[in-house]
Design a protein around this ligand. Structure first.
Ligand SMILES: Cc1cc2nc3c(=O)[nH]c(=O)nc-3n(C[C@H](O)[C@H](O)[C@H](O)COP(=O)(O)OP(=O)(O)OC[C@H]3O[C@@H](n4cnc5c(N)ncnc54)[C@H](O)[C@@H]3O)c2cc1C
Length: 372
C-alpha cells in the first residue's frame, strides 16, 4: 500500500512510523523543514490531568494516550536511537495563590478523583517541601504524581528517524496544494509546483494549515491557529522538580536547567510573533509561582500555532466524502501527549483493523451539516 502523509510534525511523523513499521510504502510531504512548527514550539507536557478542562471522552482519551506513549517509548528509542528525555515521575504541582484559585482547584481535584486519577490536595508548606523554589504566597496545591514531561523536539525527531529507518521517505520544501480524486476516491496530492504524487491513501496531518489544502471543502473540517508564546530561562538543573502550573500559566523544567514558561492563547491569524504583552503575562504568572526566575538569565522566547477545530477536539479518521483520505489534526494543546495514540489509531483505521480505543467523538463526520 502506498500512502502519503501531509506534514512532518509530531503527528505526521508518528503515523509515518506506524505505517512504515507495518510494511506500507510511506512518503511524508512537508512544506518547510520537518518538525519546525507547533511540535517544536510546545512545552512537552505529557499531562492529561493538568491539561484537561473536565471529565468526559477527551480526558479518557488523554489518559489512554499517556499509557500508549509509555508503551511505545522503549521501541521508539531503540529504533530511532534518540532519547526524548521522558521524565517519568516528575509530576505536576498545580498551585493556588489565593482563595479563589483554591476553590477552583478543589473542584478540579473532585472530578479527577471521580475519574480514578491520582491527585493529592496539599498545603503550601508541603508544596514547598516538594519544590523549595515555590513562592511563599502559594497557599495550596494539587500534586499530580503521574503527570510527566518530555523533550518534544527530540520526540518529534525520534518519530521521524524511526519512520525513515523503517523505510519511509521525507520530501521537504514541498507544499501540498490540493487533494486529487479519481472516480470520487483519493488518487494523489498536487504539489504547489504542479507535480502530482499518486498513492492509495493520504493522511492530512498538516496541523493548523490542514484546511488550507484545497479539495476537501465538502468535509467541512476547519482548522484555525491559536498562538502560544513561551519564554525560556536558564536556571540551574533541578531548581524546579515537578512542572508547576497555576490558573494563569506554567513553568516546565528541562534536564539541562532551562525552564519554559508559558503560555498565551491568542487568535493572531498566522503570526508567530512574540509580543511584549504576551511575554509580560507569561513572566508575571511564572514569577508569582517561582520568584527565583526573576534573576535567572533570559535565554529566548518563541511562539507556535496550536491547530484547533471549532470544538477544540482533534479530528481523527476517514474523510466523510473522499474514501482513501484520512485526517489526523486539531490536536490543539495536546498533540505531544496524543502523538503516540494517534499513530496507533490511524494505523488501525488505514489497515482495516480495530482502533485500540473509541475515537468516534473525534470523527470528521461530526462537522458535516447532516450531523448537526
Ligand atoms: C506554546 C505551545 C505549547 C504547547 N505545549 C504542549 C504540551 O505541553 N503538551 C502537548 O501535548 N501539546 C502541547 N502543545 C500542542 C502541540 O504542540 C500540538 O498539538 C502539536 O505539535 C500538533 O502537531 P502537528 O504535527 O499536528 O502540527 P505541526 O507540528 O504544526 O506540524 C504540521 C506540519 O505540517 C506542515 N504543513 C502544513 N501545511 C502543509 C502543506 N500544505 N503541505 C505540506 N506540509 C504542510 C507544517 O509545515 C508542519 O511541519 C503546545 C503548543 C504550543 C504552541
Amino acid at each position: 500500500m502506498k500512502i502519503l502523509i501531509i506534514g512532518a510534525g509530531i503527528i505526521g511523523n508518528s503515523i509515518a512510523w506506524r505505517m512504515a513499521r507495518a510494511g506500507a510504502d510511506v512518503t511524508i510531504v512537508e512544506r518547510g523543514r520537518a518538525g519546525q512548527e507547533a511540535s517544536w514550539a510546545a512545552a512537552g507536557m505529557i499531562a492529561p490531568q493538568a491539561e484537561a478542562e473536565g471529565p468526559g471522552p477527551f480526558l479518557r482519551f488523554c489518559v489512554e494516550a499517556k499509557n500508549a506513549f509509555e508503551t511505545i517509548l522503549p521501541e521508539l528509542i531503540a529504533q530511532s536511537g534518540i532519547d526524548p528525555e521522558y521524565d517519568k515521575g516528575s509530576g505536576v504541582l498545580y498551585v493556588a495563590l489565593n482563595e479563589a484559585d483554591r476553590a477552583e482547584l478543589a473542584a478540579r481535584a473532585a472530578w479527577q478523583r471521580e475519574a480514578g486519577l491520582q491527585v493529592e490536595e496539599i498545603g503550601g508548606e508541603r508544596a514547598r517541601q516538594i519544590t523549595p523554589a515555590l513562592s511563599p504566597k502559594v497557599i495550596h496545591a494539587l500534586y499530580m504524581p503521574d503527570e510527566n514531561r518530555v523533550e518534544n523536539r527530540q520526540l518529534t525527531q525520534a518519530f521521524l528517524i524511526a519512520a525513515l529507518k523503517a523505510g519511509a521517505r521525507l520530501i521537504e520544501d514541498s507544499r501540498v496544494d490540493a487533494i486529487e480524486t479519481r472516480g470520487g476516491r483519493f488518487s494523489g496530492l498536487r504539489l504547489q509546483g504542479g507535480e502530482l504524487i499518486e498513492a492509495d491513501a493520504a493522511v492530512n496531518a498538516a496541523g493548523s494549515w490542514a484546511s488550507v489544502i484545497r479539495g476537501t471543502e465538502a468535509d467541512h473540517v476547519r482548522l484555525h491557529p491559536v498562538r502560544g508564546q513561551i519564554v525560556c530561562f536558564q536556571a540551574r538543573p533541578n531548581l524546579v522538580g515537578p512542572s508547576i502550573f497555576s490558573l494563569r500559566g506554567y513553568a516546565v523544567p528541562r534536564r539541562d536547567g532551562r525552564v519554559l514558561a508559558g503560555s498565551t492563547r491568542e487568535m493572531a491569524r498566522w503570526s508567530k510573533d512574540v509580543t511584549l504583552e504576551g511575554m509580560e503575562s507569561i513572566v508575571r504568572a511564572a514569577k508569582d509561582m517561582l520568584p527565583a526566575l526573576a534573576t535567572m538569565r533570559f535565554r529566548e522566547a518563541w511562539a507556535g500555532l496550536r491547530p484547533a477545530t471549532a470544538d477544540f477536539l482533534p479530528v481523527l479518521g476517514p474523510s466523510p466524502s473522499i474514501p482513501g483520505l484520512y485526517y489526523a489534526t486539531g490536536h490543539f494543546r495536546s498533540g505531544i501527549l496524543l502523538a503516540a495514540i494517534t499513530g496507533r489509531v490511524l494505523e488501525a483505521m488505514i489497515t482495516g483493523g480495530k482502533p485500540c480505543t473509541d475515537v468516534t467523538p473525534f470523527s470528521a463526520a461530526r462537522f458535516m451539516p447532516s450531523a448537526k
